[in-house]
Design a protein around this ligand. Structure first.
Ligand code: PLP
Length: 286
């Protein structure tokens, strides 16, 4: 089956889907995006993803191309046309196409909107979660507004490529004070010896992960201890467990950080339990 993409009001064959070469996304990475998990045909945490998209757009003063309700309809239509049950949808909005100039174009330039979807085999994620993954650490060289889900991802791209070359799944980024900010495409978590589940508090240095937000609710509902605070590499390497979260990784146990085994060097029971609870939450939504 050939894939279908949504581009500026039209559903087109993915292979022939195009935006202009003077689109500001292409010229300046002047745009934002969202990735939303699809589980059994449903968009998981849809409202929170659309809210974060509105936040990113408003921080960059880009006009929303569609109202939330209309965007949700496009998302569902893309799932239906591509026959996707499990995977994710990708939404990208840029400031639009205009002759290249750093200064914002006038109000007649409409933002560009692209929506695509991709199938992911859920069994692959489960296999990986059973084994656990390795992470490496790297200096966080991103701009100071990582809370905006900008398409400008060059530092993240370099970090993930370095991780891949080292045989790792993810790179954790370290700020100038030696504290972990987040993964290059995920939020970073540890579980201390006393059982506290720790992730960095929200600031401009991290993305407000939707999986993170939902997981915090799940942790609280379970009566477990959550600490939203900074942690460094030392504390992470001494942790009982570690994991990352994201709309595609979900809750992924981390078993090595910079080559050092975490806990017993295999996925921890709490991380696996939280992964199962997250699946339950998604199943209730779907
Ligand atoms: N942090 C970064 C830098 C990311 O790119 C992502 C997801 O892509 C996340 C965190 C996790 O966010 P979410 O749970 O909304 O996917």
């Amino acid at each position: 089956m050939s894939k279908v993409a949504y581009v500026n009001g039209r559903y087109v064959p993915h292979r022939r889907a195009m935006v202009a070469i003077d689109d500001r996304g292409y010229q300046f990475a002047d745009g934002v995006y969202e990735v939303c998990e699809v589980f059994r045909g449903a968009l998981i945490d849809e409202r929170r993803h659309f809210e974060r998209l509105s936040y990113s757009l408003s921080e960059l003063r880009i006009t929303p191309p569609l109202r939330e309700g209309a965007l949700a309809i496009v998302g569902r239509e893309i799932l239906a046309r591509n026959k996707i049950d499990n995977g994710y949808i990708y939404v990208q909005v840029t400031r639009g196409a205009a002759p290249r100039d750093h200064i914002f174009p006038g109000p007649s330039v409409r933002p560009s909107l692209v929506v695509t979807a991709r199938h992911v085999d859920p069994a692959k994620g489960e296999q990986l979660a059973k084994k656990g993954v390795s992470v490496i650490t790297m200096p966080d060289i991103r701009w100071k507004r990582a809370d905006i889900k900008s398409i400008s991802l060059l530092p993240n791209v370099l970090a993930r490529e370095r991780a891949r070359q080292s045989g790792a799944y993810e790179a954790w980024l370290i700020d100038d004070a030696g504290m972990v900010t987040e993964g290059a495409a995920s939020n970073a978590w540890i579980i201390t010896e006393s059982g506290a589940i720790v992730t960095r508090g929200l600031d401009h240095a991290i993305l407000r992960g939707i999986t993170r937000t939902t997981l915090i609710e799940i942790i609280k509902a379970q009566g477990l201890t959550i600490e939203e605070r900074k942690f460094g590499l030392d504390e992470a390497q001494r942790a009982r467990e570690a994991f990352v979260t994201g709309a595609t990784a979900l809750i992924m146990p981390v078993v090595r950080i910079d080559g050092k085994p975490i806990g017993q060097g295999k996925p921890g029971p709490t991380a696996l339990k939280l992964r199962a609870l997250f699946h339950d939450f998604a199943a209730r939504t779907a």
